[in-house]
Design a binder for this molecule. Structure first.
Ligand SMILES: Cc1cc2nc3c(=O)[nH]c(=O)nc-3n(C[C@H](O)[C@H](O)[C@H](O)COP(=O)(O)OP(=O)(O)OC[C@H]3O[C@@H](n4cnc5c(N)ncnc54)[C@H](O)[C@@H]3O)c2cc1C
Ligand code: FES
Length: 227
């Protein structure tokens, strides 16, 4: 089984600035082709979006040791928000071979909705929400997951998205005693565990210790990581 939820560190330019690589999730793997999808946020992603077809880019990866584990799961919920949906596609595609996939995707509004058909095709049950109701269901994706959790036994939740969404998923998983993994999209410098730019608190027995999202994650068990 491949490691799902890993990411790439992409050098967007050969010049000194921007020096730091940008972390981008693996979206889809097809044979030897690895696909990623990104939103233009600032300077780095803008430079990346200006690349021409066929132009070479310097990519480091796959990175991250904390990955999604869906072994023996039969009925899972996958919930993503915004750019957090991207690492969930490959997970859904693979997990669908052995489990029922309940997919919940949340976007700010209609303009941010992407890849609807692709995600629908790897789902058995598909819910798309927008915060303002301009497309799909109105509201937050988690509200629909919460409703479904009352009616059926879901044996695993997998989430990636903005922090408020992840916090709500973590709380819901705890309340319903559902195993859950969350993928963090922390700001990163090096992506390989040397700059300490991505520290996060995790429970280690009675203690709280710091670990690196880029090395120990980006995927963590929701009852272990403190967000
Ligand atoms: C593990 C991981 C996976 C990601 N996967 C995706 C993806 O599949 N698609 C996608 O569109 N975006 C993804 N992101 C977010 C993406 O890395 C940022 O949007 C991008 O780095 C912004 O760079 P910029 O130069 O355009 O913006 P700027 O704001 O100019 O970036 C400045 C610095 O901040 C860092 N940074 C800024 N925002 C983020 C952020 N949200 N997360 C981490 N570092 C950030 C950059 O690496 C850079 O060092 C992911 C982030 C992480 C950590
Ligand atoms: S990004 Fe540098 S240690 Fe994680």
């Amino acid at each position: 089984m491949q490691n799902h939820g890993q990411f790439l560190e992409i050098r967007v330019a050969n010049e000194i600035e921007p020096l730091l690589r940008r972390p981008i999730s693996i979206y889809n793997i097809q044979g030897e082709i690895v696909e990623f999808v990104f939103q233009v946020k600032g300077k780095g992603t803008k430079i990346l979006s200006d690349k021409k077809i066929g132009e070479e880019i310097d990519v480091l990866g796959p990175l991250g040791q904390g990955t999604f584990n869906f072994k023996d799961k039969k009925n899972i919920a996958i919930i993503g928000g915004g750019i957090g949906i991207f690492p969930l596609y490959e997970l859904a595609k693979e997990a669908k071979k052995t489990a029922k996939i309940n997919m919940y995707l949340g976007f700010r509004n209609k303009d941010f909705v992407v890849l609807e058909k692709e995600y629908k095709d790897v789902s058995d049950k598909f819910t798309l929400t927008t915060d303002d109701g301009s497309y799909g269901e109105k509201g937050f994706a988690i509200n629909f997951l919460e409703k479904d959790l009352k009616n059926e036994k879901i044996d695993g939740i997998y989430a990636c998205g903005p922090l408020p969404m992840l916090k709500a998923v973590q709380k819901l998983a705890k309340e319903t005693n559902t195993p859950c993994q969350i993928s963090l999209e922390e700001r990163m410098g090096c992506g390989i565990g040397v700059c300490l730019g991505c520290a996060v608190k995790v429970n280690a027995g009675e203690e709280t210790v710091y670990t690196h999202v880029c090395k120990a994650g980006p995927v963590f068990d929701s009852n272990v990581v403190q967000i």
